[in-house]
Design a protein around this ligand. Structure first.
Ligand code: ARG
Length: 277
């Protein structure tokens, strides 16, 4: 018997890729010599926002800023648990100014507990809330000291995980939370010790294949039942269906040129510690 999966209403923050471009290379997916079409990126992104609204979720928008081509990747600019906001501190100088635009959005929208990290912290790119613990990636972007800082500021237990493959430079390219306590991940993206930790925490996880990981299948967004994932992620989608989830496919070919997918474009605002994934 497959479990009945239950969706819960989510609140997401997104930023239109109006000024999307690949002008620098800060991950192995980015090639500034290849053409990029911002209009196509906007179409892909609009489809994602429409999908969330169709599912009944609330979506808010940050105004994009010219000269910040990666600002569409909202996930990198905040980790919000229990209404407390921990902002970002980017590793790449090209992205550094994004952090303050998002900080301002939170302050202007009534969030009173807004904190800015003192260590490199790429927010939900490297932090993901399972419903009980905050999984935290390091190895390429977020400083391990930022994990301890997140635990102090957000007041939730943090579990550090070591990423080892530069193609999966953020935790959200290698692992996604499907429903409270249920995850899918690509083991090879993690160090042997972290793989052991993941096996211990999530004995019933969906184990992704290399083909899944390569098309950014793990950069999926789940509301507990509906899961949006890249068009090519058919293998992982079959696994999800067998486990009671409902996949929706999205073309992210343009966004992937910057090394991003659905999850990268989505910052989740969790107002209560226990209300969501
Ligand atoms: N070009 C961006 C970077 O390298 C992509 C960020 C993708 N975001 C994510 N959450 N994985 O920083």
């Amino acid at each position: 018997m497959t479990e009945a999966r239950v969706s819960t209403r989510r609140h997401y923050l997104m930023c239109e890729p109006r000024y999307f471009a690949v002008e620098y290379a800060i991950n192995p997916w980015m090639d500034p010599t290849q053409p990029v079409n911002a209009e196509v990126a906007v179409k892909e992104w609009t489809e994602l926002a429409d999908t969330y609204r169709r599912w009944g979720h609330r979506v808010d928008f940050v105004e994009p800023v010219p000269g910040l081509p990666d600002m569409v990747f909202a996930a990198n600019s905040g980790t919000v648990v229990g209404g407390r906001v921990l902002g970002a501190r980017f590793r790449a100088p090209q992205r550094a100014p994004e952090a303050d635009h998002y900080r301002r959005w939170f302050v202007d929208h009534g969030f009173r507990d807004v904190f800015m990290p003192t260590r490199t912290n790429e927010a939900e790119g490297d932090f993901t809330w399972t419903g009980e613990v905050l999984l935290a990636g390091t190895g390429f972007r977020t400083d391990p000291a930022a994990h301890a800082e997140a635990q102090e500021i957000l007041g939730v237990p943090v579990v550090s995980l070591q990423l080892v493959d530069p193609r999966y430079y953020h935790l959200d390219t290698a692992l996604c939370v499907l429903s409270p306590g249920h995850v899918a991940y690509y083991p090879e993206a993690f160090s042997p010790g972290s793989q052991q930790v993941l096996r211990h925490l999530f004995p019933d996880a969906i184990i992704a294949t290399q083909a899944d990981a390569e098309c950014f299948a793990l950069n999926a967004v789940s509301d507990g039942r509906n899961v949006v994932l890249p068009l090519e992620a058919t293998h992982l989608a079959d696994r999800l269906i067998a486990d009671g989830y409902e996949p929706t496919f999205l073309d992210i070919a343009e966004l992937r040129k910057a090394g991003g997918g659905p999850k990268c474009c989505t910052l989740e605002i969790r107002n209560q510690v226990d209300n969501s994934v």
